[in-house]
Design a protein around this ligand. Structure first.
Ligand SMILES: C[S@@+](CC[C@H](N)C(=O)[O-])C[C@H]1O[C@@H](n2cnc3c(N)ncnc32)[C@H](O)[C@@H]1O
Length: 261
């Protein structure tokens, strides 16, 4: 069975995707402020660390880098800052107001990024056309995780790398209790009050609680066909960075001839 985001009271994949797009479109004007405030600025550290982990891949001359679910573009811009000038760094998202925010920010910083409106489950890229694919805090919102991973594999070139930065569950029970208290009780009130959208900030902890734990997500990536899947927890496990490599040979794909493994 396929798993994916299902906001409360919403049935069906299409309705869920529309709910997600409209919700992010509504909160776009306050998204950055809330991100930095509610995470005590840790979100900047998480993205910076993810970019550091990708540095060797980004340094390859002419690298084609795609940041899906790019939102207001913070990771896209950090990737562009770390990549050499000849690279192509693209940010894509399906919520236009988020892309507008990213466009304004990249204009102010004169950053050489390309932004486009696209659904992460149906990317407008040829098979094998991307060297590095990233997604920060967007994967959890996809209405089918399996199709999301399959689409990442499709657009990545053989040997290309995917990096997923996402909220996770802290492994320490004591810390997990304290974190859940903050995420389930305080964050919805503060976020709802500042953004004017209580439902958006109730959805956030709900979606995190429903999301697979780090080892389970790693297994999901392996089942999808990624090799060398690894994950690294950050900030006590509130967030995890998962990486995986697209196999060189189609024999490694699910449904392919895997006898050679
Ligand atoms: C929590 S925001 C993360 C934004 C950004 N990556 C960051 O690090 O701040 C999630 C983003 O995923 C986008 N998103 C969710 N589902 C999507 C889909 N199926 N296709 C494209 N974008 C999607 C939303 O529009 C939203 O901008």
């Amino acid at each position: 069975m396929s798993s994916g985001a299902r906001p409360q009271g919403v049935t069906g994949e299409r309705q869920a995707a529309r709910w997600v797009r409209e919700m992010f479109s509504r909160i776009a004007p306050r998204y950055d402020l809330l991100n930095h405030l509610l995470s005590f600025q840790l979100d900047r550290t998480w993205r910076a660390r993810a970019v550091r982990r990708l540095r060797a891949r980004l340094a390859v001359p002419g690298a084609r880098v795609l940041d899906i679910c790019c939102g207001s573009g913070d990771l896209t811009l950090a990737l562009a800052a770390a990549a050499p000038p000849a690279s192509l760094v693209i940010g894509s998202d399906f919520a236009r107001p988020m892309l507008d925010a990213a466009r304004r920010k990249s204009g102010r910083r004169r950053a050489p990024i390309v932004l486009l409106e696209a659904d992460a489950l149906a990317l407008p890229f040829k098979d094998g056309s991307i060297d590095v694919l990233t997604v920060a805090f967007g994967f959890r919102n996809l209405t089918s995780y399996e199709r999301g991973l399959a689409e990442m594999l499709r657009v990545l070139r053989p040997g290309g790398l995917a990096a997923l930065l996402e909220f996770s569950q802290p492994p320490s029970p004591l810390f997990a209790r304290a974190y859940r208290l903050y995420a389930n009780r305080i964050l919805p009130v503060l976020g709802g009050w500042i953004s004017g959208s209580r439902e958006a900030y109730s959805y956030l902890p709900e979606s995190v609680n429903r999301f697979p734990e780090a080892p389970e997500l790693a297994e999901m990536m392996r089942r999808a066909g990624f090799l060398e899947v690894r994950f690294e927890r950050m900030s006590g496990g509130i967030v995890a960075l998962h990486t995986g490599v697209k196999p060189d040979s189609p024999a490694h794909f699910p449904g392919g001839d895997n006898k050679s493994e």
